[in-house]
Design a protein around this ligand. Structure first.
Ligand code: ADP
Ligand code: MG
Length: 614
């Protein structure tokens, strides 16, 4: 007896806060949505130290009177819903009445509010959710909520939030994204005393896109005009031309009834709409605005209301995909001058091209030891990967006349790490090299093979080099999203030490002037943005780890791709190079390179009895 106690209301709020208020950006989201619910057309957000010291959200919305101001901090107090039926006609952002008490429970909070009709406004001060003082205040209509020392009474949570610039980045990303969904509202964001985002009051979505992504990308969005998808369901979209992509879905922004949501269904719509237009592993950039009657939605499945479940979503997905596909294909999605970025456009490493040119004039021999005929090896014409199995010689001759490419490599490089002596028969599906030696057939993944070769080469260069930085012929200007900026600032010293020299050039705009020596990537801007995305997914990365990430990414981008036709010379070159690597078995991402089908296995498969060698 006496062991079970009903939690006091402050403890209950503190526990609820754990669900809703994960980090500073969650506070900003809740306060911002409250301001929008209050019909504000100007919202100002100020943060200090990534929001841990201060988050202030001020608006010119309808405000609250004294009574409502106090009740707002009681759990499940909301002016937005009165019964279960109201859930179905829900159009506002909040309705659970949990945000303010939860935020107050884990901070020192000051709220100033005035409804424009009461005698005066009021100021409420709360510590850990308890009202400490209430005083009259003369202010204009609207509300401002100041959240000081977030998580001051939940030290474990506060400790978990280490990096201020990362948190600021998340907040900037949220505010800029929100501004896309509400182009009629002015948003101003002040970070550590500096205005970093300030929009005009009544703007077009396109001008906000340009503001956020820069002029070039901003002018490359295809507008899918507002239309009625099904009765009372409306959609409007802005889809970036397929040559502008990201390596994650983070720039796919969705609003449902003006609320920023995550939706794997809408991610799927974009994936299907851009299908065949984007390379594997690349993701579209897009903004989708949906208006759906409340009855079709279940917004209650996520405590922070980030995820929305759409009823009947299969039908909606199909209709949306059709509309977007038509919109994309009816516009000149492919920039005629440059073309979309496809795998084929990413050139093989310069070195490979040079090497291939060098050996183009050399005779290359080709053997087929399955053949019974014996003939003098012939020179293979240029680009002759199709002419498989016409030139033959037996295995003795093979010993005497090995491929000149391999001989050359042997002379140049006395020490070979491996001893593959197989030679290419041809290419399967423009993706795999088929090769053979007396032990059987080898199937080589051309991409992982080349990736491994480049990776080891770059690693070796890295270890031996002293000068790390070289200037770019044309400096690249980067317009970063809030979170990208956060990642950049967090890792800037390490990036500098690796040879990336970056200068600040205005709000969220940077100039990349120098790159690491030897990083020969066609699209350095895309590469750098991918790198930031990659770094953003990992916390506390060491310089060595970043270096390795850069090397893995350079190897992957520089390597020949699947579905890329190779000449026999190129295949020979890859095999010769594979001979030199330390680990010929897997690429830096861990995918296998070679699959061997032994003669023994082939004999077994074809029921030829036991294989006893030639
Ligand atoms: P919810 O938004 O789910 O209703 P909150 O805890 O976020 O719950 O807010 C509680 C109530 O306080 C809201 O229903 C609203 O009436 C009032 N409120 C909160 N923020 C504002 C604001 N910025 N302007 C006017 N009223 C507000
Ligand atoms: Mg709310």
């Amino acid at each position: 007896m006496g062991k079970i106690k009903v939690l006091d209301i402050y403890t209950a709020n503190k526990i609820a806060a754990g669900e809703i208020i994960e980090r500073p950006v969650s506070v900003v989201k809740e306060l911002l949505e409250n301001s929008l619910d209050a019909d504000a057309d100007y919202v100002e957000i100020e943060i200090k130290d990534g929001g841990l010291n201060l988050i202030r959200v001020s608006d010119n919305g309808h405000g609250m009177d004294e009574e409502d101001g106090e009740i707002a901090f009681e759990r499940h107090a909301t002016s937005k819903i009165h019964s279960l039926n109201d859930l179905h006609s829900l159009v506002t952002f909040g309705f659970r009445g949990e945000a303010l008490p939860s935020i107050a429970a884990v901070s020192q909070l000051v709220m100033n509010t005035y409804d424009g009709v009461s005698e005066t406004g009021i100021r409420l001060k709360l510590v850990g959710g308890k009202i400490q003082s209430k005083e009259p205040l003369g202010i204009t209509q609207g509300t401002s909520v100041e959240v000081w020392n977030l998580f001051f009474n939940t030290p474990a949570r506060r400790k978990f939030i280490k990096n201020h610039s990362y948190e600021s980045g998340l907040i900037t990303e949220l505010v800029t994204k929100y501004s896309l969904g509400h182009p009629g509202i002015r948003f101003k964001l002040i970070k550590d005393g500096e205005i970093i985002y300030d929009t005009a009051g009544n703007e077009s979505v396109i001008s906000r896109l340009s503001n956020i992504y820069g002029e070039e990308l901003g002018s490359n969005f295809i507008h899918i005009e507002k239309q009625e998808l099904m009765p009372k369901i409306f959609v409007e979209g802005w889809l970036a031309r397929p040559k502008y992509t990201r390596n994650t879905k983070s720039q796919q922004t969705f609003f449902i009834n003006g609320r920023l949501v995550k939706s794997s269904e809408l991610n799927q719509v974009l994936e299907q709409s851009y299908y065949t237009l984007l390379s594997k592993g690349r993701f579209a950039i897009g903004l989708i605005n949906l208006k759906i009657p409340g009855i079709e939605l279940d917004v209650n499945i996520h405590p922070a209301k980030l995820q929305v479940k759409i009823n009947n979503y299969e039908k909606i997905i199909n209709l949306l995909t059709d509309i977007f596909k038509t919109g994309l294909w009816n516009t000149d999605v492919i920039d005629k001058k440059k073309g979309t970025i496809t795998y084929a456009d990413i050139k093989p490493q310069d070195e490979l091209t040079a090497r291939v040119n060098e050996i183009k004039n050399e005779p290359v021999y080709f053997q087929d030891s399955f053949s019974l005929r014996e003939e003098i090896p012939q020179k293979i014409p240029q680009n002759s990967s199709e002419i498989i199995s016409f030139q033959t010689n037996n295995k003795e001759e093979h010993k005497e006349i090995p491929s000149p490419v391999i001989i050359k490599e042997k002379q140049a490089e006395c020490v070979k790490a491996n001893s593959f002596n197989f030679y290419p028969l041809g290419q399967l599906n423009n993706s795999f090299i088929l090769a053979q030696d007396k032990r059987g057939l080898y199937i080589i993944d051309q991409h992982t093979c080349h990736e491994r070769i480049l990776y080891e080469k770059f690693m070796a260069q890295e270890e031996s080099k002293e000068v790390v930085s070289e200037s770019l012929l044309v400096p690249v200007s980067l317009v970063l999203s809030g979170s990208q900026e956060g990642v950049l600032l967090k890792n800037i010293l390490v990036l500098n030490s690796l040879g990336f020299i970056i200068e600040s050039f205005g709000p969220r705009t940077y100039i990349l002037r120098n790159k690491p020596v030897g990083l020969n990537i066609d699209n350095i801007e895309e590469f750098f943005l991918d790198l930031l995305e990659d770094l953003g997914n990992n916390t506390n990365v060491s310089a060595a780890k970043i270096k390795e990430t850069i090397i893995i990414m350079s190897s992957c981008k520089g390597a020949v791709k699947a579905k890329q036709k190779l000449s026999l010379e190129e295949m020979n070159y890859l095999i010769a190079e594979l001979n030199k690597v330390k680990n010929p078995h897997s690429c830096p991402h861990g995918r296998p390179i070679i699959h061997h089908l032994s003669m023994e296995e082939l004999y077994r498969i074809f029921k030829r009895g036991e294989y006893r060698g030639d």
